[in-house]
Design a binder for this molecule. Structure first.
Ligand code: ATP
Ligand code: MG
Length: 418
């Protein structure tokens, strides 16, 4: 009863905190990001996949690791009516890895896939950080060679440039193979344990569970100890060092600018070898637009992930980028004016207008019809809205065409009306 009574309240329900209703010029910027991504992923021959928005909770818990921020604090998990624990996807990679294993996509390896859509994380909402946000995502699964990393990064670089974003730079690191990473981890624990009492609470907690993450800390109490922390380079196996060298020389050959970021680690357990983020350059317009939420695109190699889901070892590399953050860098994009507006000033000519506008649209031109409201005000409405060509169907003079552009392509379709 109480539930029903509450639902019958007259108050308009509010949107959920951290969700957004995107409209107008912002929605155009969002669409521009997605359209550009679709175009670029085709250039690089990435195949499209559509993924479920929810998965069994264990897909994320096992892939990302229980100690990660995402799994321990940010997941939207719930029991469904059958008592199963499900989670709204906080990222794409784990679900795509699950699909690779359950669908036998090994037969397509190396498999290059791309997707985009909404993700959900229980975070503190702020500028550039939402609880429902959207990503574009690209993955290469079943490719052990550094060339896969290079191609994936070249695609990211071209995407950003094609979006007109020229003031972000690729920050690149290697986490080494499993053995290098373990040795580095042990050295980091030894190092940070000596100053444990001076670290932030969060870093003290990370010390045992996920010491690499301390390097990522923005807390001023941790910062003084970060510069002298042990570096991965001292622990890299020969193979891991050769792998990283092949990635960097490939990037140079591809003309992708990069900088070495020795303390870049990425939050998730599954990363091996290459780890990277595209970050706005200091003092740039993009840095000003994004504030502290500065990573626009991030990813790396996750050779260990398939095994954590019970699959055979499968090398893979991928990245994801927040669509909202990219859209902020693109800036609001005005909705384009139509090629043609047809104004019906004579209500007897509505059918003629409907036929004509259909023709125009079939020829691939954008067109709007204005045939409602006071007939005398319709023409002014069209002028205010703006179009390449305005065609007015009037009682007295039969027809009237207004345009500043005699080259407007749509005039060809209008033929008899000229
Ligand atoms: P951050 O350090 O900003 O929390 P992250 O490491 O959690 O980022 P990833 O999981 O790597 O981010 O996701 C890749 C990209 O997705 C980020 O670079 C960012 O553009 C975007 N992103 C992540 N979380 C959010 C969010 N809550 N709201 C909007 N965009 C997000
Ligand atoms: Mg995060």
């Amino acid at each position: 009863m109480a539930l029903i009574a509450r639902h019958m309240s007259k108050k308009t329900p509010q949107a959920i905190r951290g969700t957004q209703d995107i409209f107008g010029a912002d929605a155009e910027a969002f669409a521009f990001v997605v359209e550009t991504f679709e175009r670029v992923r085709r250039l690089y021959r990435f195949r499209r996949v559509e993924m479920p928005v929810f998965e069994k909770t264990e897909v994320f818990a096992r892939s990302l690791g229980e100690t990660t921020d995402v799994v321990s604090k940010e997941m939207y998990s719930f029991e469904d009516r059958g008592g199963e624990s499900l989670t709204l996807r906080p990222e794409f990679t784990a679900g795509i890895a699950r699909a690779f294993l359950t669908n036998g996509w090994q037969q397509y390896a190396p498999l290059k896939v791309a997707t985009h859509g909404p993700l959900f994380r229980y975070e503190r909402p702020q500028k550039g950080r939402y609880r429902q946000f959207h990503q574009i995502d690209a993955e290469v699964i079943g490719a052990a060679e550094p060339q896969a990393d290079v191609e994936l990064l070249a695609m990211a670089d071209q995407l950003l440039k094609d979006l007109g974003i020229n003031d972000v730079t690729l920050h690149l690191n290697t986490l080494g193979d499993g053995a290098s990473r373990e040795a580095w981890r042990a050295a980091l624990i030894d190092y940070f344990r000596q100053v444990e009492g001076q670290l932030s609470e969060e870093s003290q907690e990370r010390l045992e569970k996920n010491p690499l993450r301390i390097l990522d800390s923005k807390d001023p109490r941790d910062k003084p100890f970060l510069a002298d922390a042990p570096k991965i380079d001292a622990f890299l196996s020969e193979e891991a060092a050769a792998f990283f060298a092949a990635v960097t020389s490939g990037l140079d050959a591809a003309g992708v600018k990069w900088v070495r970021a020795e303390s870049l680690v990425r939050g998730l357990d599954y990363y091996r070898h290459t780890a990277f983020e595209f970050i706005p350059d200091e003092g740039s317009a993009s840095a000003a637009a994004l504030g502290s939420q500065s990573t626009v695109l991030g990813g790396g190699r996750y050779d260990g992930l398939m095994e954590s889901l019970g699959g055979a070892p499968t090398p893979a590399v991928g990245w994801a980028a927040g669509i909202e953050r990219l859209a902020m860098l693109v800036g609001a994009r005005e909705e384009q004016p139509a090629d043609l507006i047809i104004v019906v000033e004579d209500d007897a000519r509505v059918a003629e207008a409907i036929g004509l506008i259909g023709d125009v649209r079939k020829h691939g031109f954008t067109a709007e019809l204005i045939a409602s409201g006071s007939p005398r005000k319709r023409y002014d409405k069209a002028v205010k809205r703006g179009a390449e060509v305005i065609l007015s169907l009037r009682p007295e003079m039969g027809r009237g065409i207004a345009t500043d552009n005699p080259e407007a392509g749509v005039l060809g379709v209008l033929g008899a009306y000229r």
